[in-house]
Ligand binder design. Structure first.
Ligand SMILES: [Zn+2]
Length: 332
């Protein structure tokens, strides 16, 4: 199609607007004034260690042994009792997918937005809130900058968050599977503990580095996702098209219908990167349900700490097993 005809059909088809958009507009997720001129040390909230790097995404805690899945942003204002006054705001246009007003898990009170119209349908997550705003209701569409709640320190984690460490835990990433509640219910370890958060349980959310959303006002989320290096590859068999594949066609190579399985690339933190359809009889198809194929040897230690690999550095770790099994669980 020539460019003039394409322009004309785009006038007719609103969908073209989404297909030609190359970046999402992003707003700073707290009421701290503009990002211009802010240095990371101006807004990062470190752990009790006081180390600024403990506030960012990665294996940044306990000497590289513990993962932090988001960025922690500190308050800019406090009330007379020392509690945070900052508002927490939607970073991008999206829909409220989950709003948890109870303090019943490590995220405390939290809100999850989904961004279906972004280049990649990511979620953003806002945790440890003091209160939820009336606009934080599941199903409501919010524009960037909409108030979701007030910054706080709510958490039912092992270590309470003290007033001097109140912060927003800000995350961006992808939902692994709509089959998660079924996977959760089938785990023997979960007997007696109910899944309180449906699809938005942290085990079903896999984050990527949110820093570009804090340092840029426009972000191409698909390019950001694609910039993550491959750390391990897996081949798996699937008689149905995995839910993740259906929801992320932009990450898929080959023809999903009729595929007997998939060659999947994962990042070091367990994010599924790209999926290649494997036909029946393809030599990479595993004899069983799934198989770990390749490992980036430069990342072996990081992968062991993240439990993507077992302590031997060769076999799958608990997190890789868990993510693959969640991805293989169909919604129905
Ligand atoms: Zn955090």
């Amino acid at each position: 199609m020539n460019s003039r005809r394409r322009a004309v059909s785009c006038l007719l088809l609103a969908a073209c607007a989404a297909s030609v958009a190359s970046a999402s507009e992003v707003a700073w997720p707290t009421s701290l004034a503009a990002r211009a001129g802010l240095r990371p040390e101006d807004y990062l909230q470190p752990t009790v260690s006081g180390r600024p790097e403990s506030a960012v995404f990665g294996m940044v805690r306990e000497e590289g042994r513990r993962f932090h899945e988001g960025v922690d942003i500190r308050p800019s204002a406090h009330d007379s009792a020392g509690e945070a006054l900052d508002l927490v705001l939607a970073a991008m246009d999206g829909e409220v997918a989950y709003a948890n007003a109870a303090v019943n898990g490590p995220y405390g009170r939290y809100v999850v937005l989904t961004h279906r119209n972004a280049e990649l349908p990511v979620y953003t997550l806002y945790a440890h809130l003091a209160t939820l705003a009336p606009g934080a209701k599941v199903g409501l569409f919010v524009s960037r900058g909409t108030t979701l709640g007030r910054m706080g320190r709510s958490s039912a984690g092992a270590t309470p968050i003290t007033p001097d460490r109140a912060h927003l835990h800000f995350e961006v990433g992808l939902v692994l599977s709509k089959g998660f509640p079924r996977w959760y219910a089938a785990q023997p370890d979960n007997r007696g503990s109910r899944n309180l958060h449906g699809l938005f349980n942290g085990q079903n959310l896999i984050g990527m580095d949110p820093m570009p959303l804090l340092t840029q006002s426009r972000v191409d989320l698909l390019a950001l996702h694609r910039s993550q290096p491959v750390a391990v590859t897996v081949a798996l068999r699937a008689s149905q098209i995995p839910d993740f594949v259906r929801r992320h066609p932009m990450l898929v190579h080959g023809e999903p219908s009729g595929a007997a399985g998939w060659y999947v690339e994962f990042s070091w933190q367990g994010m599924p990167l790209s999926w290649k359809a494997l036909e029946a009889g393809h030599p990479q198809l595993p004899p069983g349900r799934w198989k770990l194929l390749e490992i980036d040897p430069r990342r072996r230690e990081q992968l062991i700490h993240r439990q993507m690999l077992a302590a031997d550095g060769r076999s799958p770790g608990d997190l890789l097993r868990q993510n693959v099994e969640i991805l293989l669980t169909p919604p129905h």
